[in-house]
Design a binder for this molecule. Structure first.
Ligand code: SF4
Length: 81
């Protein structure tokens, strides 16, 4: 996967240097991400409907999960070492 730089340091996948260590991520529109359950994520990307956004502010990383969450493993995304 391409190197993803991210500054959200309370995410389970975040690492020092602002590097994402997720095995894969799903970027989507905020309004769509808010309506679907946590288990729908990057492993299901081929089934996600393509969608448009007006600005970067309309998009989000759906793979984000708080490092203290009990939902870390529900989407089958893994954390690379
Ligand atoms: S999963 Fe998303 S929010 Fe979390 S570190 Fe990676 S890019 Fe950032």
């Amino acid at each position: 996967m391409a190197k993803i730089h991210c500054s959200i340091n309370n995410c389970h996948y975040w690492n020092q240097g602002n590097v994402c260590h997720a095995s894969e991520i799903l970027v989507s529109r905020d309004s769509w991400a808010a309506q679907v359950p946590d288990h729908i994520d990057a492993p299901d990307a081929s089934n996600v409907p393509p969608m448009s956004a007006s600005t970067c502010m309309d998009t989000c990383c759906k793979t984000f999960v708080n490092k203290n969450s009990d939902q870390i493993n529900v989407d089958q995304v893994t954390r690379n070492p």
